[in-house]
Design a protein around this ligand. Structure first.
Ligand code: SF4
Length: 247
């Protein structure tokens, strides 16, 4: 059981809150990541992408673009209507911009997202034979596609696992001392160095679930955190003592 006093509970709402169980984790970041990954896998053995893209790379690309500053639940709802109207890349490339906007309005930033979706679909049709490219550089050249979306596509569609530094990943990696930056690219670099390549995509999916359910941005459930609670009790049983802070 992790104890969280009133001060920690208030501090938890602040940006630089560190996990109160850090002292129980191994000092070496690679060992620390391995332990966190092991416990996350036990908690979420089958964690997958929360976007319902039905195995269709084009859908995932569009849904990932819609997910900026929007919940996955909302993206799943909105996408159902969007793809009912424009079921594939060819239909989307010919869609009137105003109709795409109308479908995705509730996702926020809808005008920019609609513009990106239309232009991206047109480029896929004109330059890639209607297919989503499996190459990171090509993905990054598409409108609205940054490293987070490109890495998600590579891992979930093209079998090339990558770190996806979304808001949950950035927050939790910092709290647990696996990264020390709010910058997504820096977090990707930090985690790439300590999470085995083959596990990177599933590690990130698990972190998303953990961030939603337990290690939330506001009011993390430290008092009954299964991840750190388990790590602490393991240390207790093995008589291991970790009192030094992590750098
Ligand atoms: S919820 Fe768990 S992992 Fe997150 S800060 Fe609290 S104890 Fe640490």
């Amino acid at each position: 059981m992790i104890e969280l006093n009133l001060y920690e509970s208030v501090f938890a709402k602040m940006k630089n809150f560190l996990c109160p169980a850090q002292k129980s984790l191994p000092r070496a970041r690679k060992s620390r990541a391995a332990l966190v990954a092991e416990e996350l896998e036990a908690l979420y053995p089958a964690a997958e992408c929360a976007l319902s893209f039905e195995g269709d790379p084009f859908r995932l690309l569009i849904m990932a673009r819609l997910s900026a500053q929007c919940t996955d639940k909302r993206v799943n709802q909105v996408s159902e209507h969007l793809f009912a109207a424009f079921p594939d890349v060819y239909a989307m490339a010919k869609a009137p911009l105003s109709e795409i906007e109308a479908h995705i309005r509730s996702c926020g930033l809808y005008q920019m997202k609609a513009k990106n979706i239309l232009e991206c679909s047109q480029i896929l049709v004109e330059q890639y034979d209607g297919k989503v490219p499996a190459d990171k550089k090509a993905l990054l050249s598409l409108p609205g596609v940054g490293e987070k979306i490109a890495n998600l596509m590579l891992g979930d569609v093209f079998g090339d696992p990558h770190i996806v530094a979304d808001t949950h990943c950035i927050r939790i990696a910092n709290r647990l001392g696996l990264a020390a930056s709010e910058n997504p690219s820096q977090v990707v670099k930090s985690l790439e160095a300590i999470v085995p390549k083959a596990e990177q995509s599933s590690f990130c999916h698990r972190i998303v679930w953990f961030g939603r359910e337990i290690c939330r941005a506001q009011s993390p459930r430290c008092a009954d955190c299964p991840l750190c609670g388990k790590i602490e009790s393991k240390n207790h049983l093995s008589g291991r003592s970790k009192t030094k802070s992590v750098t």
